[in-house]
Design a protein around this ligand. Structure first.
Ligand code: NAD
Length: 248
């Protein structure tokens, strides 16, 4: 393992353009559970509440679950970036990392300090009006009465993340494709690779010749497929270890 971490540090030290690609495992050490599998929130709640058609037909019922899961249970006021998030922010500041492509909706890369983030599935820290498209910080909208309404036009608000049945935001999609096709090192962190179409992004980097470094507790769909280096373990521990060995 030590040799593989050294090799990852060597590759990333020499890279001109690193891209990070993150999933739920990136935020596990910040206390956010996965959606699926053991301890996953969909064992407790029915995911149909996040189906876009269901949301418009049964808005009050959906909001009861949304409020409990995303705005109480994942209380954003107590969520903090973990050491892994901080390393990606440091690499961006140093000019090594051009962007993070994230499937997470928790805003922790932004809180850690990354500026260039492609939010493939949106971001729960904003609400968007389903009528006029205006966006609002979630902290500015009281959830004492749900569903909440737009401060501008009175339309129905929804969290600004992708519900089942919604398209990937165009800017995030094309921005991610461009970033993956133009990097020389691509770091896959804490994602099982099972969610489409996000899971096709790493392959684009591989095809253009980027070195693929993967960090995950368990092998993913990428591990024996496109990963050049697989580092098994927690991202909040492995990223600082790589960083400590990088040349500056
Ligand atoms: P996933 O749940 O399918 O897979 C998570 C992966 O992370 C697993 O492969 C697991 O082995 C790994 N992992 C767990 N803890 C880890 C750690 N400490 N360090 C490194 N790896 C670790 O997640 P996914 O691939 O991101 O797909 C789930 C979808 O659900 C995503 O599209 C995302 O939008 C959403 N989601 C978001 C959040 C969030 O915003 N924090 C949380 C859960 C799910």
């Amino acid at each position: 393992m030590d040799d593989k971490i050294k090799e990852a540090a060597r590759i990333l030290s020499g890279a001109k353009n690193i891209v990070g690609f993150t999933g739920a495992g990136m935020s596990a050490e910040s206390g956010i559970p996965p959606f699926r599998g053991e301890g996953g929130i969909w064992n407790k709640y029915d995911p149909h509440s996040l189906d876009i058609e269901y949301y418009y037909r049964h808005t009050q019922e959906s909001w009861n679950i949304i409020r409990e899961v995303f705005y109480s249970y994942f209380n954003s006021a107590i969520l903090k970036p973990n050491p892994g998030h901080k390393i990606l922010a440091k690499w961006e500041k140093e000019g090594r990392l051009s962007c993070v492509i994230t499937q997470n909706i928790d805003d922790l890369h932004g809180v850690a300090g990354n500026k260039h983030i492609h939010e493939f599935h949106g971001n729960m820290s904003r609400f968007v009006c389903s009528k006029c498209g205006e966006k609002f910080p979630a902290t500015g909208i009281p959830l004492t009465e749900t569903p909440p309404h737009c401060l501008k036009c009175g339309g129905l608000l929804k969290p600004d993340f992708i519900f089942f049945g919604e398209a990937i935001p165009e800017e995030a999609y094309y921005g991610s494709v461009h970033a993956a096709e133009n990097c020389d090192a691509f770091v896959i962190i804490g994602t099982s690779g099972q969610v489409s179409p996000a899971n096709m992004i790493p392959g684009l980097a591989k095809r253009r010749g980027a070195k693929i470094i993967e960090i995950n507790l368990e092998p993913s769909t990428y591990t024996n497929n496109i990963s050049d280096i697989y580092l098994q373990g927690k991202s909040g521990e492995i990223l600082p270890q790589i960083d400590a060995l990088m040349e500056r």
